[in-house]
Design a protein around this ligand. Structure first.
Ligand code: NAD
Length: 454
């Protein structure tokens, strides 16, 4: 027999009245930019930015920037020449200056901020140089390639008093704002369990990106790409599929876990890294020489919550975060959000008294009802209704995340995801990889700022 609470309630219900069904109201969220300036921006308030790294994400950003009020792209920079053209096309300005050398951009006094969308291992150096040059910085996620990089970047931002945003754009979305509102309202009760996944099974989703036919040592500045990474001979596979290699990326941890962790940190107001993590997984399908698993599952311990994450490149399940509270459940699935209250009204025990004779059962139920006169068990309806929300069609949280950053640059008010937030989220992905590769529990040692074995 089923032991689900509903079944127990249904059993008791036979003699005690009807449970009112909860209804779910559906809402399309407003497409307004939460963080954009509500007023037109004066030309004198225009923020002049440059994009460093104009590959896939850099070009996405440049296109999105056209919808953010009060900003202007004044330079683009990339190590691969064809990406200069791609960037000029994305920002719809064929004459915006393009170069391979980001330092020439940092020397310009008319550049207020830079957007760093390079491979992960190059974030730190450009970020530190940009802060030292007095630029505000939007840096893509994951903020750090190594744990020590993250702390050096926090120090660089704070020492130079820079506004910094890290690029997990979900935290600026209208959907996550609504999720946070529901979480903060207490409707979920206490949330001890959070479970999230991001599964995608296309070769492109698994980073098997095509190599452009003009890629060569002439068109790509290979040494600058390597940066502080070990010196190896020119290899376009490493350049275009860098996520597969430990020298430049962090696999699924840095690519997707960090989005899920950022969303969870934001909604649940978590302000520190997980204390411990344990991972499992494996490389099952994409055996193309990559150094990371194509399936990883990690359990994290936070002080008052347990979090389980999964990324699977062998299934197309999409993006999901579930918050399981003592009073209700909240699910974000792709672009929709649902909140479902639980029936927490008092009820007499149903299942275990199956084994009692009828007289004892009746006696127990009569006493229980005498002890619980108000509200009469199962006679009142559940006091909350379900809710459902969706992003408006064509909605871009990247536009909102940029708008949040540029608004903060203008006003010097806090961003949605600053360097400390971004560092904590990145530590989460490093914990997952540490545990996976060391086959051990990964422990966050906050006093030493490092990950150690249990
Ligand atoms: N927030 C998101 O949803 C999201 C999505 C995709 C990628 N990203 C992040 O964006 C970053 C870039 O990813 P991508 O997919 O665009 O990679 P990509 O390989 O398409 O582009 C990276 C570009 O950075 C350039 N680059 C590297 N070092 C440089 C340097 N020193 N100076 C100038 N240019 C340099 C390379 O030439 C390359 O063209 C990564 O950190 C990634 O994790 C975030």
């Amino acid at each position: 027999m089923s032991k689900s609470p509903l079944s127990r309630r249904q059993f008791i219900n036979l003699g005690a009245g009807a449970i009112a069904a909860t209804t779910v109201a559906k809402n399309i969220l407003q497409p307004r930019m939460l963080s954009a300036s509500p007023r037109p921006v004066a030309p004198s308030d225009t923020i002049r930015f440059a994009s460093i790294g104009t590959g896939i994400r850099g070009c996405e950003h440049l296109e999105a920037s056209l919808n953010v009020p009060g900003i202007q792209c004044v330079a683009v920079c990339d190590l691969y020449d064809s990406r200069h053209i791609a960037a000029q096309e994305a920002v719809k300005n064929p004459s915006v200056p393009a170069s391979r050398d980001y330092r020439s951009i940092l020397d310009r006094k008319d550049v207020d901020s830079v957007l760093i969308a390079t491979m992960d291992h190059n974030h730190r150096r450009i970020f530190e140089d940009a802060c030292a040059a007095g630029k505000d910085v939007y840096c893509e996620k994951p903020m750090s390639h190594l744990v020590e990089d993250g702390f050096a970047m926090v120090e660089a931002a704070q020492k130079n008093k820079r506004m910094v945003a890290i690029g997990s754009q979900r935290v600026s979305s209208v959907l996550y704002a609504k999720a946070k509102e529901i979480y903060d309202s207490g409707k979920l009760g206490e949330v001890f369990s959070i479970n999230a996944y991001w599964d995608r099974n296309s070769p492109s989703g698994a980073w098997v990106y095509p190599i452009p036919p003009d890629a060569s040592e002439k068109t790509i500045d290979w040494n600058s790409f390597l940066g502080n990474a070990p010196k190896v001979a020119f290899d376009p596979v490493r350049f275009f599929r860098w996520r597969c290699y430990k020298d430049y990326g962090e696999g699924l941890g840095g690519d997707l876990f960090v989005h899920l962790i950022s969303g969870i940190q934001f909604i649940a107001s978590i302000k520190e890294p997980a204390q411990r993590a344990i991972s499992t997984g494996g490389l099952f399908h994409f055996k193309d020489g990559r150094e990371f698993p194509d399936l990883i599952e990690t359990m994290y311990e936070y002080p008052n919550t347990r979090v389980t994450l999964r990324c699977n490149l062998n299934n197309d399940g999409g993006e999901f975060i579930g918050f399981y509270g003592t009073k209700g459940t909240m699910i974000i699935k792709d672009a929709t959000l649902t909140y479902k209250p639980q029936d927490t009204r008092p009820l007499p025990e149903g299942y275990s008294i199956f084994g009692w004779p009828k007289a004892l059962r009746d006696q127990y139920l009569q006493k229980w009802h005498e002890d619980h006169p108000e509200p009469a068990a199962l006679k009142s309806s559940v006091d909350a209704e379900g809710e459902s929300y969706a992003n408006p069609p064509g909605y871009s949280d990247t536009v909102d995340h940029q708008a949040n950053f540029y608004n903060a640059v203008r006003t010097r008010k806090p961003v949605a995801e600053n360097e400390v937030f971004g560092n904590n989220a990145a530590i989460g992905c490093h914990l997952a990889n540490f545990s996976y590769f060391n086959k051990s529990v990964a422990v966050w040692d906050a006093s030493q700022k490092k990950i150690v074995k249990a």
